[in-house]
Design a protein around this ligand. Structure first.
Ligand code: UDP
Length: 310
């Protein structure tokens, strides 16, 4: 098997590269490194089954030889990236998805789109099942990502219906683990780095908003099972243990042994107030279950960040 993984130098993409190579596949990564990092792939660089192409995936994609699977995982994914790279976020979700689908069609390859819980926006339904259509502000600070991913899902289904492409759509909920960017502004690297440095943990608003944190190894296992299924509609992958951001701050303090105080900052505009996946579909169709407790996932994540911070 030979896979193309766009965004393979990113957090999730690089873990998927590892899984594919460990399973005996060949892998071609295409990444322009605006948020990806070659450090995530350094341990694979000498492997003859691994190839890296530095390219913006919103441009025409040319890959030599046969391809069995295209995983479209490229996109900046953090709220500060949406402010920093709004046009690139729109382009990789729209043009990049079109190019990745075109590559899969030309090669007769299967296709998976990495989508997101952000398609649900600030949800009015909780937990969120895949059948929920979402509550998205198209011109808000997150609109570039939410709408690009919604368009990407529509484009993927159109290729499935019109061209008979063998497609899959995974909707990731907040995923954490080693290889997250220390400075990506998201709550996991922010809190862990702040706790390790003895700085205040910056809680936006009163901290009553919720998230449900899925550990990366569980997420990749879900991706792997979905890749081997023949299910074409979106599937949520995450963890359905929901925490308020204040509870999460306390969990980070315990995991780091830090006595940092908590500092409340103004709330983020359009911050989703509740986010928790309904995992019925993943459980039923993939026989998949998140198995890593938050405490264990945080322990491994803290270990990774400790090496960068200290
Ligand atoms: N958040 C926070 N402090 C931070 C970073 C994030 O309180 O330093 C909050 C943020 O407002 C949101 C939640 O943590 O409610 C998750 O934010 P993140 O940026 O990780 O991802 P999101 O799930 O919002 O895309």
């Amino acid at each position: 098997m030979r896979a193309v993984i766009t965004g393979g130098a990113g957090f999730l993409g690089s873990h998927l590269v590892d899984r594919c190579l460990d399973e005996g596949w060949e892998v071609v990564v295409i990444d322009n490194l605006i948020t990806g990092n070659m450090d995530n792939l350094a341990h694979r660089l000498g492997d003859p089954r691994f190839r890296f192409i530095k390219q913006d995936v919103s441009e025409y994609l040319y890959v030599d030889g046969p391809v069995d699977f295209v995983f479209h995982f490229a996109s900046p994914a953090s709220p500060i990236d949406f402010q920093r790279y709004p046009i690139q976020v729109l382009k990789v979700g729209a043009l990049g998805t079109h190019k990745a689908l075109g590559l899969a069609k030309a090669k007769g390859a299967k296709f998976m789109l990495a989508s997101t819980s952000e398609v649900y926006g600030d949800p009015e339904v909780t937990p969120q099942p895949e059948t929920y259509w979402g509550n998205v502000n198209p011109i808000g600070p997150r609109g570039v990502y939410d709408e690009a991913k919604r368009y990407a899902e529509a484009m993927t289904m159109a290729y499935h219906h019109v061209h008979g492409l063998d497609t899959r759509i995974v909707r990731f909920f907040n995923t954490y683990g080693p290889r997250m960017r220390l400075d990506d502004g998201r709550v996991v690297p922010n809190f862990v780095a702040q706790a390790l440095r003895g700085e205040p943990l910056t809680v936006y608003g009163d901290g009553s908003q919720t998230r449900s944190f899925g550990y990366v190894d569980d997420t990749i296992e879900g991706v792997w099972r979905l890749a081997h299924s023949d299910f074409h509609e979106p599937v949520n992958i995450g963890n359905d243990r929901e925490s308020t951001i204040l509870e999460f701050a306390e969990a980070v303090l315990r995991a780091t042994g830090s006595s940092s105080p908590i500092a409340h900052l103004p709330p983020m505009p359009d911050d989703p107030q509740r986010r928790r996946p309904d995992l019925t579909r993943a459980r039923t169709i993939l026989g998949w279950e998140p198995t890593t407790p938050l405490e264990e996932g945080l322990r491994r994540t803290v270990e990774f960040f400790r090496a960068l911070v200290c």
